[in-house]
Design a protein around this ligand. Structure first.
Ligand SMILES: Nc1ncnc2c1ncn2[C@@H]1O[C@H](COP(=O)(O)OP(=O)(O)OP(=O)(O)O)[C@@H](O)[C@H]1O
Ligand SMILES: [Mg+2]
Length: 246
């Protein structure tokens, strides 16, 4: 059973055909490297999967059930989580508060409802341990490294038992050591059976962690193959158009 299946998805923004007849299926625990030049349609595709955009045409199913997402919350309810490039974290809050943002835990003292910080620290601490991350629940996000921020954003996706995590350029703006941490986080998600779509311009990251590579060129899928059957040279050719399809 596929986690996600896209059939003939197209998206038009006015005169721009951003995506053209994309079909794709993703299995549990599979890591897909989604590559393509600027403007190729990568972010548009993951935003459709995450319920930010409606496709102009095409069908989408989650766990073999056809779905239509009108809002991101509907994707989330179906186990689809997205980590945006800017991460959208609150700098002045702790790691735990960011993990639970909008999904806070409460407890009651008589008739009064208060935030249950202890429970959130404990739960967030467990998620970071599961991700083998050094991130501490009580640390403020503004004092964190890029890699630790990624761990917070990824822990957020684990709260809801995500089946598919979409990551838009998670390693674009962080140091070499932090990139290694993020790749490790992705491997831990895979071990838990979570499927990951990783958008990246960084060929070494994709070849280090992905099982399959999908290449988009000007809105069209030009390759969908096992990493072991491709090479960085071939992918570069597919991205630029030097190689037509593979
Ligand atoms: N909200 C929008 N309104 C109009 N056009 C859009 C919108 N979002 C994307 N586009 C257009 O759709 C095309 C695909 O854009 P998209 O952001 O998906 O590319 P991308 O592959 O993510 O590129 P990058 O690597 O630069 O992030 C581009 O031509 C872009 O200008
Ligand atoms: Mg993009």
């Amino acid at each position: 059973m596929s986690v996600l299946r896209l059939t003939d998805i197209s998206k038009r923004f006015g005169a721009i055909q951003a995506l053209n007849g994309i079909s794709l299926s993703i299995e549990p625990g599979e890591v897909i490297g989604l590559m393509g030049d600027n403007g190729a349609g990568k972010s548009t595709l993951v935003k459709i999967i995450a319920g930010n955009f409606r496709p102009t045409h095409g069908k989408m199913s989650v766990a073999d059930r056809e779905v239509e997402f009108h809002r991101p919350i509907e994707a989330r309810e179906n186990g689809v989580e997205i980590v945006y490039q800017d991460l959208a974290l609150c700098d002045n809050l702790t790691a735990a508060a960011n993990v639970f943002l909008g999904r806070e835990k409460y407890r009651w003292i008589g008739p009064i409802r208060i935030l249950d910080h202890a429970a959130m620290y404990k739960h967030a601490g467990g998620l970071f341990r599961e991700l083998k991350s050094e991130t501490r629940p009580r640390d403020l996000v503004k004092q964190m490294s890029g890699g630790q921020r990624q761990a917070v954003a990824i822990a957020r996706t684990m709260l809801s038992e995500a089946k598919l995590v979409l990551m838009d350029e998670p390693t674009a703006a962080i140091s070499v050591r932090q990139v290694a941490e993020v790749l490790t986080l992705i491997r831990h998600l895979r071990e838990r059976g979570v499927a990951v779509v990783l958008i990246s311009h960084r060929m070494p990251d994709v070849f280090a962690v992905a099982d399959r590579i999908v290449v988009l060129r000007r809105g069209t899928k030009v390759a969908d193959k096992a990493v072991s059957k491709s090479s960085p040279e071939e992918v570069t050719g597919l991205i630029t158009g030097a190689i037509e399809v593979a």
